[in-house]
Design a protein around this ligand. Structure first.
Ligand code: FAD
Length: 378
C-alpha cells in the first residue's frame, strides 16, 4: 500500500486541505457524503486571515474575482444608529476581507482538484485501525483502505464521535435564517449588522447583483415554528427595524432562505489521534458571531500542509498541527460564544446599556481586536 491519505468531507475544510496537500505533492482522496455538489444558497465572508491562506495556495485572485471585497462595516441599533464601526481592512498587505456566495467559493475550490480525487455519495460510518492505517467504512457498504485519515466532516462528524465520544455539541440559544436577495434594484453597498430586541439582522453585498443576509432570534432548540418562518414572518418580526431591512427581505425568494439553529462544539482537548486528524468544524465548530468558522478551517488546511512538509512522519505532523491549532481555535470558539450572548440580549434596558457602552468604545479598540484575529502564524 502506498502512503495514502483520505480526506473525509468535501466542504470548505476538506477541499481546501486537498488543495494544500496537492501543492506539496500529496494526492489525497476526498470522500463526500452528498450525492453531488449542489450550489448552496448562502453567502459567507472570508476575513483576511483566510484570504492570506488562500493567497498562499495561489487562489487569491480567483476568489476576489468571484466575490466582492467587504467595505466599511457597521454594527447598528434597530433604528439604524451606529454602535461600532469596522473600517474596510487596510490593503497595505494586499489582503481584503471577501464576501462571496458559497457556491462560487466551492466552484473555485473544486476547479483546483482532479475530478478523479473527489468522490461524492460516500457517507462515512466509521473506521477500523489496521497495522499501518485505517479501513474506512461507507454507508453504501463499500470500504477504502489507507494510511492517514483527515476528518473534515463538519460538526456532526461520525468519525470524530468514534475517536472522541465525549465531545459535546452545544445549542447557543438562538436560531438563524440566511438568504440571498436580489440587489440589482436595491444597489446596497454597505455591510452592516443590526442588533435589537427582536434579534439581529446582517446585510452583506456579495457582488454579482446579490446580497447575503442573515437573521437571528432567541428560541428554544429545534423549534418547528421557527423552521416554518418565511419572508412574511421575518418581515413581521423585523417591522420596526431601520431601512433597508424590510426591502432586503422583500427582495428574497422564499426558496432562497435557509434555516438552522446555531450550535458549536465545546472545545475538545485533542485534534490528533495517531494517524487520524480532525480539521475544520469537525475539530472546532464555532458560532458564526465572529465570521471565523470557515476562516479557521482554511487556516487549518495551510498549517496541516506545512506540518506534513516539515515532518514527513504523518503522526508527528498531525501532533504538530494540533499544538499549533488548539489554542487559537479554542480562543475563537469561546470569544464568539460570549459575543453571541451579548448580541442576542432582548431586554430593552440591557440593550440600551450595552448600546451606550459600545458607542463609548473607541473604534481603534475594535480594530485592534480584529487585527489579532486576522494575524496568523504562517
Ligand atoms: C449561519 C452561519 C453563518 C456562517 N458565516 C460564516 C462566515 O461568514 N465566515 C466564516 O468563516 N464562517 C462562517 N460560518 C461557519 C462555516 O460555515 C463553517 O465553519 C464551515 O462551513 C466549516 O467547513 P467544514 O468543511 O469544516 O464543515 P462543513 O461545511 O460542515 O462541511 C462538511 C462536509 O462534510 C460532508 N459530510 C458530513 N458528514 C459526512 C460523512 N459522514 N461522510 C462524508 N462526508 C460527510 C458534508 O456533506 C459537507 O460537505 C457560518 C456558519 C453558520 C451556521
Amino acid at each position: 500500500m502506498k502512503n495514502t491519505f483520505h480526506i473525509v468531507g468535501g466542504g470548505i475544510a476538506g477541499l481546501t486541505a486537498a488543495i494544500a496537500l496537492r501543492r506539496i505533492g500529496i494526492e489525497a482522496m476526498v470522500w463526500e457524503a452528498a450525492p453531488e455538489f449542489k450550489p448552496v444558497g448562502a453567502g459567507i465572508t472570508l476575513a483576511s486571515n483566510a484570504m492570506n491562506a488562500y493567497r498562499k495556495l495561489g487562489l487569491y485572485d480567483a476568489l476576489t474575482e468571484a466575490g466582492r471585497p467587504v467595505g466599511d462595516a457597521h454594527i447598528l441599533d434597530f433604528r439604524g444608529r451606529k454602535l461600532a464601526g469596522l473600517p474596510a481592512r487596510s490593503t497595505e498587505d494586499g489582503l481584503c476581507n471577501l464576501a462571496i456566495h458559497r457556491a462560487a467559493l466551492h466552484a473555485v475550490l473544486l476547479a483546483q482538484l482532479n475530478p478523479e480525487q473527489v468522490k461524492t455519495g460516500k457517507r462515512s460510518t466509521g473506521y477500523a485501525e489496521t497495522v499501518d492505517g485505517y479501513t474506512l467504512y461507507f454507508e453504501d457498504g463499500t470500504q477504502a483502505v489507507g494510511n492517514h485519515l483527515i476528518v473534515a466532516e463538519g460538526i456532526h462528524s461520525p468519525l470524530r464521535k468514534q475517536a472522541l465520544p465525549a465531545a459535546r455539541i452545544r445549542y447557543a440559544g438562538y436560531t438563524c435564517w440566511r438568504g440571498i436577495a436580489d440587489n440589482s434594484r436595491l444597489k446596497i453597498e454597505d455591510t452592516s449588522e443590526t442588533w435589537g430586541p427582536q434579534g439581529r439582522f446582517g446585510i452583506v453585498p456579495i457582488g454579482n447583483g446579490q446580497i447575503y443576509w442573515f437573521a437571528t432570534k432567541n428560541s428554544p432548540e429545534n423549534n418547528p415554528g421557527m423552521k416554518a418562518w418565511g419572508p412574511q414572518e421575518l418581515l413581521a418580526n423585523f417591522r420596526n427595524y431601520h431601512a433597508p431591512v424590510a426591502k432586503v427581505i422583500e427582495a428574497t425568494l422564499p426558496d432562497n432562505i435557509l434555516w438552522n439553529d446555531i450550535i458549536d462544539l465545546a472545545p475538545i482537548p485533542r485534534f490528533a489521534f495517531g494517524n487520524l486528524v480532525l480539521i475544520g468544524d469537525a475539530a472546532h465548530a464555532t458560532t458564526p458571531n465572529m465570521g471565523q468558522g470557515a476562516c479557521q478551517a482554511i487556516e487549518d488546511a495551510v498549517v496541516l500542509a506545512q506540518s506534513l512538509e516539515n515532518y514527513p512522519v504523518a503522526r508527528e505532523a498531525f501532533s504538530v498541527f494540533e499544538s499549533r491549532r488548539l489554542k487559537r481555535t479554542h480562543g475563537i470558539v469561546n470569544q464568539s460564544w460570549r459575543l453571541g450572548r451579548i448580541a442576542q440580549w432582548e431586554n430593552p434596558v440591557l440593550c440600551r446599556a450595552r448600546n451606550a457602552l459600545f458607542r463609548m468604545i473607541p473604534e481603534s479598540v475594535f480594530q485592534k481586536q480584529q487585527e489579532q484575529v486576522y494575524t496568523v502564524d504562517f
